[in-house]
Write a protein that binds this ligand. Sequence first.
Ligand code: AMP
Ligand code: ZN
Length: 456
Amino acid sequence: MRPLCRFIRRPNHCTLRHVQRRLLLTLAIETSCDDTSVAVLEKHKNNSAALHFHSKITSDNRIYGGVHPIASHESHQQNLATLVEQALHSLPIKKRTSEHITEVLCLNGKDGMEFREKPDFITVTRGPGMRSSLNTGLDTAKGLAVAWQIPLLGVNHMQAHALTPRLVSALDAADAGEYKAAANDPAFPFLTLLVSGGHTMLVHSRSLCDHEILANTTDMAVGDMIDKTAREVLPQEHLNSASDVMYGKLLESFAFADQQLSHDYHPPSSFTRPRISQLSGSDWTINPPYCAPGPEGSITFADAFTFSGIGSSVKGIMDRHPEMDEIGRRVLARETMALAFEHLASRALFALQRPDIQDIRTLVVSGGVASNQFLKTILRENLDVKGYKNMKLVFPPPKFCTDNAAMIAWTGIEMFEAGWRTSLDAMAIKKWSIDQKAADGGILGADGWKSAAVGH
Ligand code: AMP
Ligand code: ZN
């Protein structure tokens, strides 16, 4: 006899379809820097999410050796409309067209007319970023919102980086075919290290709009320093092989090419220990940032990162040793990354010891540099050795770590659900903190927010 419980052990397709039925659908645009990205994201009733479209074109800035504002702006102007056009054909198919006509988009498909679901709202990065780049996305988003008569959500790019792991868990829940309500994971509060080409900050996220910056860079971003180091240290033929200006990725593969990414790393007893190389032809010393006396470096600077000192030390070393051989260059690349990443670890550890930072179980590491495997090793090892073995380290997949429209879409959905909309006269914001204690009042300190109760 068949066990009766087989009917209750698994959801049937109707149940699955019911809980994974669409709750919200948004088309999102990201153009804050040199990436033009468009996404179509659907959130289901059970908190899982499906990414129907996600594409990105990065401006070719190689001849400039870094991000160039005019070239990036032109790349957005050239590519954004095409990506939006492609995205429209990935919107869910609308089967019934006679009713709910206002919810339908009629597109010119390959085989004639195509009926697609109209998004519930448009999400776009409003800031921070390069003004002309932001404006390309914002103006397009406003146009779509007006044409389709749907609300606009202009979101904060850094908030989106911080919320990325919640997007990833929602996508994973849908992939796993979950039918129960999926938890928003990680739940608040959590810590995030945002490590990108433009930012380095440690953020305490208490709720959707309540993010406190616990440490910020005082000079350059860690990704910027790593890119500059790569341009100094990498042999020319490696630099020539770069397909974009993400030199950090190249530096990592060069540094560990002889070790198949086995890092052989041991946490230092003190973060103030200078790095010394005695290889012939490349003898050098690099001091860690803030290497004041004391076991942890000066705690006075617990809220600050600095990377320019490491960067200029590397430049000085390469100026003195232009003929450095490949082995020497690999050692220098590894030690530079180790110093920078231990500096990141030191500020995370300071924060975890703060009496006002409680109940933190998750440290999220986001931004382009988060795809570095050596960074993962260094953070894990240092947390373990300092008594934080249970601290969960979350590294979103690289495609969601670098700038992308999926994280913008997710942020739009969370803000939309919280009742926020953006007025059509909202302007791009070049500098926009996520910390409500900042002079601009943080995310909700910007003008142009309106609550859903006022109408869309
Ligand atoms: P984002 O600003 O978030 O788009 O990230 C771009 C930055 O991440 C650039 O500075 C890249 O060089 C850096 N990056 C990307 N991949 C890696 C990697 N594997 N190791 C170190 N840095 C990286
Ligand atoms: Zn970013």
